[in-house]
Design a protein around this ligand. Structure first.
Ligand code: ZN
Length: 385
């Protein structure tokens, strides 16, 4: 049944594509709900969905009654296990890889040390990961997330942490794997995940803040991440937060790097406690009430509050999502960051809901996989020659 899907998703789906995408993103979903979301009459939806059902792109999965009098609405869904995608996040010292289904659910994952930052060596490692996963899953497409500036989801303009400039990473990986490959800034990839399948799938406008080795920011409006040629240069990484705070390596006082970066926090805790202390230990000590660790974490949480207030005041998001491997900093400091956010906003302004991701490393790889899922579903995967 699934053999025809590659043609029916995307190019061949034509005007029915929005229906297929809604079912992919939200299924199982009632026909009534799809019609409401897309502004389609019952008749139009029936006309558009019939060929999709015929070709096996979507299918009926029973009925849903809302408990009121009237005809129950039939539910539609996709077979999420019909296709698999490989998402890869390249970090300074490791590569995280995850295989997901058509809905971005992780079915397999691995993390391996990054042996060598030379592009040829990294491509060879990606090729090995692809080969290993392809033995168990048919990989439809590959998505790569990287902390840097990326052009048209194919070429790395700049990735400072790897020392890369102008690396045609999609081409290189496609040559080695014969699998369509997309590359994007890692925070943009996370935004795409949240938009299609995550916390923000019902929001018109939302912001993602990532915490960890650096601070990242993404804004999505009506399904479009707001990006430009300068996105990916870490523009929010030195956002001013505390005029009395510590200095970052570039000499800014109390910027995001000085207050929030995981290595800076580990350094402050090591100094304050007089013993080697990691970022994760510092968070745990703060959660357990250690006064020195709490001071460090709550100073940082106030910094996150400054950033959230700026984001809310300037972009009016419906939701804030905090993600990244350092997310627990914000979870433990939640009350502090909300208090700081309120302090910097008009008292009449409400603070939008704040969601915390798990902080699990695999989330970065899952975000990367969504790039591939979207391109597949939208019919924009280019064949590999
Ligand atoms: Zn700085």
């Amino acid at each position: 049944m699934s053999t025809s899907l590659d043609q029916t998703w995307g190019s061949d789906a034509g005007t029915a594509l929005p229906v297929a995408i809604e079912v992919l993103r939200r299924g199982p979903i009632s026909r009534a709900e799809i019609g409401r979301r897309l502004g389609l009459s019952h008749a139009s939806l029936s006309r558009l969905s019939a060929p999709l059902i015929e070709r096996g792109v979507i299918h009926d999965v029973g009925e849903h009654s809302n408990g009121r009098v009237g005809r129950p609405s039939r539910l539609l869904d996709v077979d999420a296990s019909s296709h698999h995608f490989l998402g890869i996040k390249i970090r300074e010292t490791e590569i995280i890889a995850a295989v997901t289904d058509l809905r971005g659910e992780v079915v397999d994952s691995v993390s391996v040390p990054l042996d060598d930052r030379n592009p040829t060596a990294v491509v060879a490692q990606v090729k090995d990961l692809h080969r290993a996963f392809a033995a168990a899953h048919t990989i439809t497409a590959v998505g790569i997330g990287i902390g840097g500036a990326v052009h048209e989801r194919r070429t790395i303009i700049s990735a400072g942490f790897l020392g890369w400039d102008n690396v045609a990473l999609s081409d290189l990986i496609e040559q080695e794997t014969q699998t369509p490959t997309l590359v994007e800034n890692d925070v943009v990839a996370l935004c795409e995940y949240e938009d299609w399948f995550g916390f923000a799938s019902n929001d018109e406008r939302f912001a993602v803040i990532t915490l960890g080795i650096g601070t990242g920011f993404g804004l999505v409006i009506n399904g479009q991440p707001i990006v430009g040629d300068d996105y990916g240069f870490g523009l929010v990484g030195h956002w001013p937060m505390d005029p009395t705070g510590p200095l970052c390596q570039q000499g800014h006082r109390g910027c995001a790097a000085a207050l929030l970066n995981s290595d800076a926090i580990a350094r402050y805790a090591t100094e304050a406690l007089g013993r080697d202390t990691t970022f994760d230990e510092t968070i745990q000590l703060a959660a357990d009430g250690d006064p020195a660790a709490s001071r460090i974490i709550h100073d940082a949480a106030r910094g996150v509050g400054v950033l959230i207030a700026a984001v809310c005041n300037l972009t009016l998001p419906d939701r804030i999502i905090i993600a990244g491997e350092g997310v627990r900093l914000a979870v433990v400091g939640h009350d502090t960051l909300v208090e700081k956010t309120r302090e910097l906003r008009d008292p009449r302004a409400h603070t939008p809901p704040i969601n915390y991701s798990s902080g699990d490393n695999v989330e970065w790889a899952r975000g990367a996989a969504v790039l591939a899922i979207q391109a597949f579903a939208l019919g924009s995967l280019a064949p590999v020659h």
